[in-house]
Design a protein around this ligand. Structure first.
Ligand SMILES: COc1cccc(-c2nc(Nc3cc(C)[nH]n3)cc3ccccc23)c1
Length: 284
């Protein structure tokens, strides 16, 4: 389907991302509400990693269909700008909710982790590694469901990083912060997202990342998986965090086991029990 700017009524600016602005938009003929991400070609230095990242973001995200992954419906460009037509997530950025609430109650954190595990399982089945799972890259839908957005850093597994990292190291696993740490070239696979899921779980429950420190110290603490979990974190949640923040990628808890973990099962009641509870009926 061919898209062009005239097809959309542009609404209020939602905010600015690192490489572009995001606007609420409505497709004129259908009235369909979406988010339009506008990137200025001039800002994407030619031949740098950023241009390739945008291309990859479009290629990967356009082919994904999952309730916890922000949909990309299409894209188009004019002489100066690239436009990404994205799903609109009504409750905005997850990290703003986390900052406002300081930390999430365990039932909410567990439901969020279960949704992220489900999205990551879907991505890994397609051999896509996200590599940048953090609250800043997650949006919240109108029903409170999480939507992974920003696939700028995602790649097809296994991969060897070429673009220099910038921004926070907090979410990076040991195998990405200490190159050549794994004997051969610093290649890695989907298991980097398991580490990031552990960091995310910790940050949901504690309100800050486990290795947050100065750049040098963060580096060192990640490389040693050196973190302390506050006593207010329940033993079940502590157990899951410790099974994900493991130095050896092969020893990290796989996603299907995350979804079956006691802490997740305890808080993510499914099926009729949940409905009964909502309706206040007995468990008949
Ligand atoms: C920096 O602030 C930014 C940046 C980008 C988006 C928002 C934002 N986004 C969305 N939804 C979205 C965004 C996309 C790509 N799909 N759905 C909703 C919001 C609601 C209140 C405030 C802010 C919002 C903020």
């Amino acid at each position: 389907r061919q898209f062009h700017l005239g097809m959309f009524e542009i609404g209020r600016p939602l905010g600015k991302g690192k490489f572009g602005r995001v606007y609420l938009a409505r497709e004129r003929s259908s009235g369909f509400i979406c988010a339009l991400k506008v990137l200025y070609k001039a800002e994407l230095q030619h031949g740098s990693g950023v241009e390739k990242q945008v291309r990859r973001e479009v290629e990967i995200q356009s082919n994904l269909r999952h309730p916890n992954i922000l949909k990309m419906y299409g894209h188009f460009h004019d002489s100066k700008r690239i436009f990404l037509i994205l799903e609109f997530a009504g409750r905005g950025e997850l990290y703003k909710h986390l900052r406002r609430e300081n930390r999430f109650p365990e039932w909410k954190a567990a439901q969020y982790v279960a949704q992220m595990a489900s999205a990551l399982r879907y991505l890994h089945r397609k051999h896509v590694i996200h590599r940048d799972i953090k609250p800043e890259n997650i949006l919240v839908g109108i029903h409170g469901e999480l939507k992974i957005s920003d696939f700028g850093w995602s790649v097809h597994a296994p991969n060897h990083r070429r673009t220099t990292l910038c921004g926070t190291l907090d979410y990076l696993p040991p195998e990405m912060v200490k190159p050549h740490g794994n004997g051969n070239d610093n290649s890695y696979d989907e298991k980097v997202d398991l580490w990031s899921l552990g960091v995310l779980t910790y940050e949901f429950l504690v309100g800050e990342a486990p290795f947050e420190d100065t750049m040098v110290m963060t580096h060192r603490r990640i490389a040693r998986a050196d973190m302390t979990i506050p006593s207010f974190v329940s033993p079940e949640a502590r157990d899951l965090i410790k099974k994900l923040l493991v130095l050896d990628p092969d020893k990290r808890l796989p996603l299907d086991a995350v979804q079956q973990h006691p802490w997740i099962i305890k808080h993510c009641v499914k099926g009729e029990r949940a409905t009964n509870r909502e309706k206040g009926r007995g468990g008949e």
